[in-house]
Design a protein. Structure first.
Length: 193
């Protein structure tokens, strides 16, 4: 490991869908400051691929049977049902990267975030949110990827998720993407150097 660099960590990013966590996640991974030192975890899911998503790149797309068999085998660091599908973090990839001295970034829902924190208390947990729920609605509508019913469901879920923010080590208000991105980088750097 390079001098000045501290112990690798699991970094958990959670927050309502539409709050910008995926964008912040992508920016953190693209940051030259952490090149080769922060790796993303590819989750498994039973939902169908969307748009240009590819098997093994965005997700490991599995059948319900295969997913449940992996649950039984204890292959997941955490798993949860989100919007009627299974999602889970394969343990192997996380463990191998940590062993190689790399931190691992997980973009997962609040149920999963809490499971990881319980198992690995030194994980860094960050909850990303918009300044207000109205702003979240505005962003979900602007994305134009969701039906009205889907937006309503996401907002209902968001209200529940926001109550879980208090269990996170840090709450990041994403009112301006550049600023929030810099803040996240500074935060991560304070832990891993
Ligand atoms: P999407 O289907 O839109 O890609 O993701 C839906 C939700 O599932 C998001 O909140 C996302 O963070 C969460 N998610 C993605 N991967 C995982 C995972 O491995 N575990 C858990 N618990 N949630 C996940």
């Amino acid at each position: 490991m390079l001098s000045g660099h501290k112990k690798p960590r699991i970094i958990i990013l959670s927050g309502p869908s539409g709050a910008g966590k995926t964008t912040l996640h992508d920016r953190l991974l693209a940051s030259s400051r952490f090149a080769g030192r922060v790796i993303r975890s590819v989750s498994a899911t039973t939902r169908k691929p969307r748009g240009t998503e590819q098997q093994g790149r965005e997700y490991l797309f599995l059948s319900v049977r295969m997913f449940e068999s992996r649950i039984r085998r204890g292959a997941f660091l955490e798993w949860a049902r989100v919007f009627d599908n299974y999602y889970g973090t394969p343990m192997k990839n996380v463990r191998e990267n940590l062993k190689k001295g790399r931190s691992v970034l997980l973009c997962i829902d609040v149920q999963g975030g809490q499971q990881v924190k319980k198992k690995v208390p030194e994980a860094i947990s960050v909850f990303v949110k918009t300044p207000t729920i109205l702003e979240l609605r505005r962003r979900l509508e602007a994305r134009k990827t969701d039906s009205k019913a889907s937006i309503d469901l996401r907002l209902k879920t968001a209200r529940k998720e926001l109550k879980e923010a208090r269990f996170y080590d840090h709450v990041l208000v994403n009112d301006d993407l550049s600023r929030a991105g810099r803040e996240l980088e500074a935060l991560v750097s304070s832990y891993i150097g």
